[in-house]
Write a protein that binds this ligand. Sequence first.
Ligand SMILES: *Cc1c(COP(=O)(O)O)cnc(C)c1O
Length: 409
Amino acid sequence: MANINDNYTKLQAGYLFPEIGRRVSEFATLNPNADVIRLGIGDVTLPLAPAIVEAVQKATIELGSPEGFRGYGPEQGYDFLLNAISENDYKNRNIKIEPEEIFVSDGSKQDSGNIQEIFDANCKICVTDPVYPVYVDTNVMAGRSGPSDSLGRYENITYLSATEENNFSPLPPNERADLAYLCSPNNPTGAVMDHAALEAWVKWAISNEAVLIFDAAYDAFITDPSLPRSIFEIEGARECAIEMRSFSKRSGFTGLRCAYTAIPKEVFGSRLDGSKVALGDLWSRRHSTKFNSVPYIIQRAAEATFSKTGQKQTRDQVKYYMENARILREGLSNAGFGIFGGVHAPYIWMQTPEGLSSWDFFDRLLNQTHVVGTPGAGFGSSGEGYLRLSAFNSRDNVNEAVSRIENNF
Ligand SMILES: *Cc1c(COP(=O)(O)O)cnc(C)c1O
């Protein structure tokens, strides 16, 4: 028999969402008439914006004509999209990222999971806890950790606890690491990092010769224009940071699939002999070897999100979700719960009442109110004592969920 990659056996079972599903379906079987409201999963709910639908239709018809047909696209992305990203996400905000520094992909989940491949197997990883599981699991698969302990933390990975005391945005550690994964606005806590926090991280990265992997999947949900929406707003970041952005949450693309990674020319890694290699060159090599570009139709759809109407329509969708977040945040605060997040992110980080564990509160919420959340402990040991509620739902469901929770606790 072929030996397997034994690192996979270190992974904890993909437990969180299957276990939620199991408990919800058991509840639904026992209570067939209950109207269950799912505020658990981080997926958009509004239909595609009309400007996107129109771009998809137009590009499809184009491909169906002899003049408009296209096969494989350039691996890095079509110029029309690279230029639109560089202009709209960066230059219009006075940030210098050139089209050649942008790599279009089919998702930030993939990019944030794949980026570790261009680094040495012995690189030391640092994450915040709770954490988007992809960052950790992909490094475990690649052998950068030992086994997990009773808290679910893997040996040889540095975990920084996100707590109420540090506004759920940990500062850099006192030790060095090679790679640090940051996500702001954060999934799951809904916390956002300000300029001072990001400056501290950039300073740490430069003095430790580390690389920051910055996941900005939720940047469009930032409501205060003075907060940083890109790591590249921070001086020095062009020498130490890689940024990932996705059309998934900001433009309703979770089903269409389009994202990108930006790697400035000045970010380098080191070979074992100490010589420098541009990380963008390595990523380009990987991308063109293992990826065959995002469909033309989808790249046209992504381009359409930058048109005047596309921007207006997708911004209105973000506003809709953020109004849901406000209703959840204010309603549950007024009902006496400890509520965090939800101001610059579509997630509410809710403290469990009476010291209940995340899973016990999940069960009580389901049984008493028929509302489904996500137990914070599922995102890491520091998520214990919290529950994540998502603002991705209909206004009616959000209002109904708040009034049920107010009336039943
Ligand atoms: C949703 C999400 C993404 C986006 O993933 P896609 O693969 O682009 O859909 C990335 N990072 C975080 C933390 C997310 O929650």
